[in-house]
Design a protein around this ligand. Structure first.
Ligand code: SF4
Length: 323
């Protein structure tokens, strides 16, 4: 795979498992053939940025930060809405054309903020959901692929190191170790048959600290919060990093203004899924309602008195990293 070492670029995506496969890459490959990258979604905890700086120092590497920019898409959407003269209804019987009231509201909100995650949602007029998880594609995959294609255009062969493990989820249980993705582009997943504990042990043996968020109740270090967060993770975030949740109130306001229906919520918990288009349903999915729901049990009917007992300073690693 590394026969043409001069032209080969080992490109490590800096996410989960990142420390370990970067260590492996540093052990196995020429240092100047490795380009670590980090796709900044704009929905990261400050600890993630601090940890990148720590790793750059500890491993003596430079991590390339990639950040999506949706300025052009937002400008094109403004033009589209301003000129929209369509007639008719969609398959759900809703008017296709933007009403004048919705146009005025959206045109006042359709401006880039500089935050990739928020700008993506302003452009789309909605937040992503489990069924429409465009955040992964737009903020991570497309950024990494564009970076890789540029390297290939410059005459390099790219081996994309990925920290995927088969035991992470059902979707990943058949992940291949090596895969050809296209001309001069390969995926290499050195950790596919590792466990999470093996990853932490391997890094500890090289004296590399885990991201501190793992010691504070987080199962993974991705967005803070992720749209797919479960009840327990929402509770943990609320106890330890409440600002990461409460700032989404303002995000919901901005994205709702830019949306055709006039409302959109960060989480789509389907707490009342019978009539998704109903504004009252969206009220029940707003960030403050979801925080309240996370502190209940028995399907949201009963307040869970124990949920308030999480001490923000308590060490609570789900990977058993604490003594
Ligand atoms: S971590 Fe969650 S919110 Fe962030 S890009 Fe992935 S799916 Fe979307």
């Amino acid at each position: 795979m590394d026969s043409n070492a001069y032209q080969t670029r080992h490109q490590c995506k800096w996410r989960e498992g990142q420390r370990s496969y970067a260590l492996l890459a540093l052990e196995r490959c020429r240092r100047d053939s490795i380009i670590p990258i980090f796709c900044d979604t704009g929905n990261e905890h400050q600890a993630v940025y601090d940890y990148l700086a720590y790793l750059e120092l500890a491993l003596d590497i430079k991590i390339t930060r990639l950040k999506a920019d949706f300025t052009e898409q937002i400008a094109a959407k403004r033009r589209f809405i301003a000129n929209d003269q369509r007639i008719g209804r969609d398959k759900h019987g809703r008017r296709i054309r933007w009403s004048n009231k919705a146009k005025r509201r959206a045109l006042g909100a359709l401006y880039p903020t500089g935050n990739p995650f928020l700008d993506l949602c302003i452009w789309k007029g909605r937040f992503p959901s489990r069924k429409a998880q465009f955040c992964t594609e737009e903020l991570k995959r497309n950024q990494a692929v564009m970076f890789q294609l540029d390297l290939i255009d410059d005459g390099h062969q790219v081996i994309s190191w990925q920290g995927v493990r088969r035991d992470e989820s059902q979707n990943r249980r058949n992940a291949k170790k090596i895969e050809r993705l296209g001309p001069n582009l390969y995926a290499f997943r050195p950790l596919v048959d590792w466990t999470a504990l093996k990853v932490f042990d391997y890094c500890a043996s090289h004296r590399i600290q885990p991201n501190p968020l793992y010691l504070q109740g987080m199962n993974r270090v991705g967005c803070m919060p992720c749209i797919n967060c479960g009840k327990e993770e929402i509770r943990q975030i609320m106890a330890r990093f409440p600002e990461a949740l409460t700032e989404k109130d303002e995000w919901e306001r901005l994205v709702s203004l830019a949306s055709k229906r006039g409302f959109s919520t960060f989480f789509n918990k389907e707490l009342h899924a019978k009539n998704y288009a109903d504004r009252r349903v969206h009220e029940s999915n707003r960030i403050e309602s979801v925080i309240h729901w996370a502190h209940t049990s028995h399907g949201g009917r009963q307040l869970d008195m124990l949920s308030g007992l999480i001490e923000p300073s308590m060490c609570s690693s789900s990977y058993g990293l604490c003594e």
